[in-house]
Design a protein around this ligand. Structure first.
Ligand SMILES: [Zn+2]
Length: 82
């Protein structure tokens, strides 16, 4: 019964069936169990969402790094005055 559930969670997107389908995995690619076409891990839409989110987190890291780098510059002059 648990194996049956696992089978359904392990699906990939078939561009020909326009749906997430059970697939047959080979060493290099995975193929749709329904029509035999190569399948993708995500649909195009989901893949774009995933990449957009990835770019956002990368930007957030960059800005937080920059703001951290600016802080010492602001504290240094006041430290000299003391
Ligand atoms: Zn298919």
């Amino acid at each position: 019964m648990v194996d049956h559930l696992d089978f359904y969670t392990e699906k990939k997107y078939c561009p020909r069936c326009h749906d997430y389908v059970p697939y047959l995995a080979s060493l290099t690619r995975s193929f749709c169990a329904m029509c035999g076409q190569p399948v993708n891990l995500f649909s195009k839409e989901d893949w774009q969402k995933f990449r957009r989110r990835d770019a956002k987190t990368a930007n957030a890291k960059k800005t937080s790094f920059l703001s951290q780098g600016n802080k010492p510059r602001h504290t240094r002059p006041s430290a000299d005055n003391n």
